[in-house]
Unconditional design. Structure first.
Length: 509
């Protein structure tokens, strides 16, 4: 049976007019009740009960008037009518929420997605908080200048300039473009890495903003989008993708307790997400690298072509080209490590792979120093030395990966090498670690002594040469004279020497 498609707007208007006429003797009380309903809306159960009673009154009025069409529509089922009205109510509620946002920033329809309440209502720190989901222009979002993560930086800026940083300065602080005392110019918050990820994947998790557009969560994500928009390193398509951002916005009814619940839930409570281990990421990147190289003519791309391939892989995985090179080097060393232990030491291949994963960061250090005298160079000078290091690594006899850096000194010192060989033969892992520490310590001490002797020799040669310089060498304009820049540098050095002479004299006495 088809339900007659009646427009009940006339019935509702008539009902409201009758209510006003009946209540004219009590002034604006009814109007006040209607207005208060906007601030204290009925629950769904209360609304259904009220609508059912309204529909019953409408049917009685239609019967009195002899309106058979309206009576037929109502006879099909008041419950169905209530469902239809409630669905309209939900739609209007969504429209109401999306159009009562502050004038400072308002979610709008974008890419066919209209602003709408997030349902079911999200819970933050045991507190349900109503939010609206929609798109806002990224540049309209205010970076969170009260973020505790930036507390030290903001206090430093305040002390230096007597004011808070403006929006551009805050972005410079977050991206490391502004150098503050005690902080090197570095991407401390990893905004640039995040920007590369967003350029490829978009913003996966909507930032949360207050009614005035201030961030409660997502400061780094928003800063990364700003960085993409401002940086020449990203193409027009990447910039276009981040011009608008999907956000969750608290409604105008949000309280300070609601805002605090959002901050606590998303910044204090862990989400227990476990990222892929770097070992797995590196393996995935390396497999892509091998696949692309295999497609090249003769499987041997030129250096410039290799760089291009690495840039393509970097874009694919939202990492830097340097990370691609680092992963390739680490995995190649890992495979060499695994091949040695499986084929020459007869270890179980899966036991070896587990060791590779456990000590994967060590292979980053082993791959550094490809020039003469470096760690990687030393490993490749002598297979017996490389296998000695692989044995120590497999047995867990390096206390930490910093010890790897000292291997370049150990390799050139036979006494230190003797400690390293003893460490391999030691059955007790802790005793083996101590012997490795002894080898590294001995090698570093010998190097320092050698450097001291070398320094004394160089100073002696310079002093003797300096004594033989003719006086005219110090006169400007004379042939072969010392430049003013070098004279100034010499004065600086002599000031340092003079500063330390009294101390040296006291020590000799």
């Amino acid at each position: 049976m088809t339900t007659p498609q009646n427009d009940f707007s006339t019935e509702f208007r008539q009902l409201i007019a009758d209510a006003r006429a009946l209540s004219s003797d009590i002034g604006g009380v009814v109007e006040e009740i209607l207005r208060s309903g906007l601030n204290e809306p009925l629950s769904d159960e209360e609304a259904r009960s009220l609508l059912t009673r309204v529909a019953q009154v409408m049917r009685s009025n239609a019967q009195v008037r002899g309106d058979t069409s309206t009576m037929a529509a109502l006879d099909t089922g008041i419950a169905e009518l209530v469902d239809r009205v409630m669905s309209v109510h939900d739609l209007l509620g969504s429209r109401f929420l999306s159009t009562t946002i502050t004038n400072q920033i308002r979610p709008i329809e974008h890419d066919g997605i209209k602003p709408r309440p997030v349902l079911p209502t999200p819970v933050f720190h045991e507190r349900p908080v109503q939010v609206v989901e929609g798109f806002v222009r990224t540049r309209d979002i205010q970076l969170w200048d009260e973020n505790q993560r930036l507390d030290i930086h903001l206090n430093q800026f305040q002390q230096a300039h007597g004011r808070k940083p403006d929006a551009d300065e805050l972005l410079e602080i977050m991206t490391g473009e502004m150098t503050l005392p005690g902080l090197t110019k570095d991407d401390q918050f990893e905004i640039k890495n995040l920007a590369r990820s967003i350029a490829v994947n978009g913003v996966r998790k909507p930032p949360i903003i207050d009614i005035d557009g201030k961030l409660l969560d997502g400061n780094r994500r928003t800063a990364a989008c700003y960085f993409i928009l401002n940086s020449p390193d990203f193409d027009a398509d990447s910039k276009r993708r981040v011009e608008w951002m999907l956000v969750w916005q608290l409604t105008e009814h949000a309280t300070e307790a609601d805002r605090n619940a959002v901050i606590v839930s998303l910044n204090f409570e862990p989400d227990f997400k476990q990222d892929w281990p770097e070992y797995v990421k590196a393996r995935t990147v390396y497999e892509r690298w091998q696949g692309l190289v295999a497609l090249e003519p003769r499987g041997n791309p030129t250096l410039s072509r290799q760089r291009a391939l690495k840039r393509d892989i970097a874009r694919t995985f939202a990492i830097s080209a340097d990370d691609v090179s680092r992963y390739i080097s680490m995995v190649e060393l890992t495979e060499d490590f695994e091949d040695y232990h499986v084929t020459e030491r007869n270890q179980d291949q899966y036991a070896v792979k587990h060791r590779s994963e456990r000590y994967f960061q060590y292979f980053d250090e082993l791959g550094k120093g490809k020039g003469a005298g470096g760690v990687y160079w030393s490993l490749n000078q002598d297979d017996s030395f490389k296998h000695l290091v692989y044995d120590l690594l497999y047995d867990g006899k390096f206390q930490n990966w910093n010890k790897i850096r000292d291997l370049k000194y150990v390799y050139s010192n036979e006494d230190a090498m003797a400690y390293l060989r003893r460490a391999r033969d030691e059955n007790d892992p802790e005793a083996g670690q101590e012997l490795v520490n002894d080898a590294c310590g001995f090698a570093r001490a010998s190097r320092a002594e050698t450097r001291q002797v070398g320094a004394n020799t160089r100073v002696h040669v310079f002093v003797e040469w300096f004594k033989d310089l003719p006086v005219k060498t110090f006169k400007p304009g004379e042939p072969g004279s010392i430049s003013q820049e070098n004279l100034q540098g010499l004065r600086t050095v002599l000031d340092i020497v003079e500063k330390h002479l009294p101390t040296a004299g006291r020590e000799e006495n």
